[in-house]
Design a protein around this ligand. Structure first.
Ligand SMILES: [Zn+2]
Length: 74
């Protein structure tokens, strides 16, 4: 019985470690995206055209050829 409990504790610890690293990676991604975009809209993914000379929103205006750019650019 003791062995099962040890195993359970170990699994719980691993789960906590996984949760922590998962949250950390999300946090890192958010910070990276915030640096990439002037507008932090909180919407998942790229929301503004990637073209340096273009600031069009991609909302309902995404290029069918490349989702990172707006329909004007591609
Ligand atoms: Zn564009």
């Amino acid at each position: 019985m003791t062995k099962d409990k040890d195993m359970f504790n170990k699994l719980q610890q691993e789960q906590r470690d996984l949760d922590a690293s998962y949250r950390q990676s999300i946090q890192n991604k958010k910070e990276h995206e915030a640096r990439d975009q002037d507008q932090a809209t909180g919407v998942k993914g790229v929301t503004v055209c990637k073209s340096k000379t273009c600031t069009n929103s991609l909302y309902k205006w995404t290029s069918s050829r490349d989702p990172r750019y707006c329909a004007d650019c591609l």
